[in-house]
Design a protein around this ligand. Structure first.
Ligand code: 4NP
Length: 156
């Protein structure tokens, strides 16, 4: 990667399911390893601004020991492209939306989150679980945990 990574932003559509899950999992791992990295999450859409994570995301995440407190949905802002060193999109549509918003000189910061996954070579995207069943929320956690581990291995 080359550059030092101090701040990571996780991005999905609503910032209530996938990116808060990544936020909670990454926060837990960074805290337990005592790493000097900051993190946040945001959505490309603005319809859930201020909302806490989806109850299903929180329930499934808490079963694996993650803390979902103090997470409130917000929309990606222009400032984020300057503030964060890595901006990680959950799916290709999030990626395209970010690239369309981002000034060219910051576009190198934007990647698909699962580019960092180590054990899921067949998955490029974290599928949106919002309209599906329980197994979708479990898959989000499986993918997010693996990509968070890979990300930490790359940047620590
Ligand atoms: P997220 O999931 O992008 O993982 O937060 C969604 C949340 C809400 C909606 C879509 C996806 N929605 O259409 O309201």
């Amino acid at each position: 990667m080359g550059n030092v990574i101090n701040a990571v932003l996780f991005v999905c559509l609503g910032n209530i399911c996938r990116s808060p899950t990544a936020h909670a999992v990454f926060r837990s791992k960074v805290k337990s390893l005592n790493l000097p990295i900051s993190y946040d999450s945001a959505g490309t859409a603005s319809y859930h601004i201020g909302a806490t994570p989806d109850k299903r995301s929180a329930q499934h995440g808490k079963k694996r020991g993650y803390d979902f407190s103090e997470l409130y949905a917000r929309a990606v802002s222009t400032e984020d492209f300057e503030t964060f060193d890595l901006i990680l999109a959950m799916d290709k549509s999030n990626y395209d939306d970010l690239m369309n918003e981002c000034p060219e000189h910051f576009q190198h910061k934007i990647h698909l989150f699962l580019d960092f996954a180590e054990n899921y070579p067949d998955h490029q995207e974290v599928p949106d679980p919002y309209y599906g069943g329980e197994e979708g929320f479990e898959l989000v956690l499986d993918l997010v945990e693996d990509a968070c581990n890979g990300l930490i291995n790359k940047i620590k």
